[in-house]
Ligand binder design. Structure first.
Ligand code: DX5
Ligand code: ZN
Length: 218
């Protein structure tokens, strides 16, 4: 499977957001991870539609929108209109999971589903063939810069097995606490879309992306 790096702009410098994104793109990151937080599903509030619209204008990277919001079904059309290429919704936040995933696909973009660290993979059994990507949260959603939860590794392996048993080659994305030193481990476990925020946007962005890509393309 092909691996993709999805730098999370939650850790970018918003006074220079365009510049930070260009650095990530120049160094070869293919996706851009966009964390939307509503202060209800998670304690914090981040950014929403207007910023996404501006980001869409300056990049052709794949815009990977992670909705950490209650009742995401209310906002699918808005985020699609603003230029999302992938919309990922939380199992725990959505009243009509199947219907909402279908609405995302009906907009001609990719549909993702995500679960928090304490939610078992098995809750997704019914929707595995209805999604383009499954995002496993490897920290409690809400903030950048947290430490990877070690039990996530077994969860990635189990999910990859569940997909293989059904003959599916669905992308598995991991999000939270991914650094250069645990990257190989999550790839070996079966993840192929890698979110990294603080590990990419602190220090030399282009060098950080190149360091990640070296491991991901080996
Ligand atoms: C956390 C967000 C993440 C966050 C990851 O709720 O979903 O995307 O930006 O940040 P790091 O890589 O710093 O853990
Ligand atoms: Zn995220």
């Amino acid at each position: 499977m092909k691996n993709y790096l999805s730098p999370s702009i939650l850790s970018a410098d918003f006074a220079h957001l365009g510049e930070d994104i260009r650095h990530a793109q120049n160094a070869g990151a293919q996706y851009l991870h966009y964390d939307v937080m509503d202060g209800l599903f998670v304690p914090s509030i981040s950014f929403g539609m207007p910023v996404l619209r501006s980001v869409r204008k300056i990049t052709d990277m794949v815009l990977d929108v992670h909705l950490m919001i209650e009742k995401p079904e209310r906002y699918i059309d808005e985020f699609a209109d603003c230029g999302a290429d992938i919309i990922t919704i939380h199992y725990e936040a959505c009243g009509d999971l199947k219907g909402t995933l279908q609405r995302i696909r009906d907009r001609g973009i990719k549909a993702g589903v995500t679960i928090k660290p304490n939610t078992p993979n098995q809750v997704l059994a019914d929707v595995l063939d209805q999604v383009d990507m499954i995002l496993l949260m490897t920290v409690e959603p809400g903030f950048g810069g947290q430490s990877y939860i070690p039990s996530s590794t077994a969860k990635i392996q189990e999910l990859r097995r569940m997909l293989e048993e059904r003959g599916l080659q669905t992308d598995i994305e991991v999000d939270g606490g991914i650094k250069k030193d645990n990257l190989q481990m999550v790839l070996d476990a079966g993840a192929n879309v890698i979110v990294a925020g603080s590990a990419i946007f602190a220090g030399d962005i282009e060098q950080n992306v190149r360091d990640f890509r070296k491991v991901m393309e080996a």
